[in-house]
Write a protein that binds this ligand. Structure first.
Ligand SMILES: O=C(O)[C@H](O)COP(=O)(O)O
Ligand SMILES: [Mg+2]
Length: 425
């Protein structure tokens, strides 16, 4: 079987995949990757028919040697798969092919998927976000400025009443959205059912007192049926949002959840993504995952901060932002390897979270723009004067950006910001 065809020009209906591979012989490796991810195996099989080969075989249409590492060749390859290979609206099934067995092949000394190009028919088979940036802004009645979020801290341990009180303080201090942390689910000390009602009660109180829209993002991460049960509780309690740890819950759960009848804004936390995205040798780039989550239909997705505590370089994080925000994305051959059209699929609100505090806000907005949800956990609840002061300081930092003032200038007006700037150098 030969899947190499360097003269092939991808058809607009092909699903394309781009990856960096490492091995002794790039052609041989690319050929095996193409086969293993579609119709091939390690040997010729008597059951293969010529029409299967004709209709379903992928084509490796680009192989570019880009270097050498530990005696192995490193190359960038592109593969085109005919859509006929797939059940197109079954994301787990599709990934079992194009991002399945191939990572474990002995012959591959490195294999990192950088990008996919999803063709029109494929894109249109998915729901995409229900709300997108526009819908979220409309719900929260915030037109232009970045949204301010916080994560209740400590991550786990607060009792339900304490959790609701911290949320309340964050809201009245100026936070728009309060979320559970990724590892808070329904522990003994803070049961989901109690937490959601008590926290939403506090949301209502904060809305009344501030005259602003406030929202809570309860984490419904759990085995799927329990996730649904918790979503029903969230619906009953009057939450606009649910939060899902999308990587650990899995592609099947995320796709299914979006296909349910709920009308929630879905906040996607990406806990565990780095197990797939961080290694330069093996894995899948966050950009490729982000495109998948946009198709599946999350409304908000953590993409990184560049300047905060989590790994993620400026160009990469910006490229991820482009892929989830814009309708048409052009390849830059550095992080984005394909032009991608999103047709009617809505945008996803990018979320910058992890190690954020007021001093970092101007830089984050400079890099990623105003269509952003800026979240700070430690950067709110770590303020020397507590949560309300921390929320005020973060909100003032966002206002400074909007008003085109320096943080120092704004700090002259807002004592809490001044203190935060002194505390977090
Ligand atoms: O879930 C998150 O995004 C993190 O918990 C952020 O927390 P931090 O602002 O304290 O880093
Ligand atoms: Mg967290």
């Amino acid at each position: 079987m030969d899947y190499i065809n360097l003269n092939y020009t991808p058809n607009e209906n092909d699903l394309l995949s781009c990856m960096i591979i490492k091995g002794e012989n790039l052609e041989k490796l690319a050929n095996e990757i193409a086969g293993e991810s579609s119709i091939g195996t390690w040997t010729k099989v008597q059951t293969m028919k010529s029409d299967i080969y004709e209709k379903l075989r992928p084509k490796v249409y680009e192989i570019k040697e880009i270097g050498e590492e530990n005696g192995y060749k490193v190359g960038l390859i592109k593969i085109a798969y005919p859509l006929y290979d797939f059940e197109i609206n079954n994301m787990p099934g599709v990934l079992a092919g194009i991002a399945g067995n191939i990572f474990g092949m002995k012959i591959a000394k490195g294999l990192r998927i950088l990008d996919f190009r999803f063709p029109e028919e494929f894109v249109k088979a998915y729901k995409g976000p229900r709300f997108g940036i526009e819908g979220v802004r409309e719900t929260l009645k915030i037109k232009e400025r970045p949204l301010l979020g916080t994560i209740v801290k400590p991550k786990v341990g607060l009792k339900t009443e304490e959790h609701a009180k911290v949320a309340y303080e964050a809201w009245v201090g100026g936070v728009d959205v309060v979320k559970d942390d990724e590892n808070l689910t329904s522990q003994e000390f803070n049961k989901f059912e109690d937490r959601i009602y008590k926290t939403l009660e506090m949301r209502d109180k904060a809305e009344e007192e501030t005259g602003e829209r406030k929202a809570y993002m309860p984490n419904i991460t759990a085995p799927y049926r329990e996730m649904i049960r918790r979503a029903e509780i969230a619906e009953d309690a009057g939450s606009e949002y649910v939060m899902i740890d999308v990587v650990v819950c899995g592609f099947s759960a995320v796709q299914s959840f979006r296909e349910e009848d709920f009308k929630f804004i879905i906040h996607a936390h990406r806990a565990m993504h780095a197990a797939m995205t961080r290694s330069k040798d093996f894995g899948i780039a966050m950009l490729a995952l982000a495109k998948i989550y946009r198709l599946l239909g999350v409304d908000q997705l953590h993409i990184g901060t560049v300047v905060g505590k989590m790994e993620g370089e400026e160009k990469e994080v910006k490229a991820i932002r482009d892929e989830i925000v814009y309708d048409k994305v052009e390849a830059d051959n550095e992080n984005k390897f394909f032009n991608q059209e999103w047709f009617d699929i809505k945008s996803v609100f990018p979320v910058s979270s992890g190690g954020v505090h007021p001093r970092l806000v101007p830089k984050i907005v400079e890099i990623l723009g105003k269509d952003l949800i800026i979240q700070a956990g430690g950067g709110v609840h770590g303020h020397p004067d507590g949560t309300i002061a921390g929320a005020k300081a973060m909100r003032a930092a966002i206002e400074a950006v909007v008003e085109k003032k320096s943080l120092e200038e704004k700090a002259e007006e807002v004592e809490e910001l001044k203190k935060a700037l002194e505390y977090w150098k």
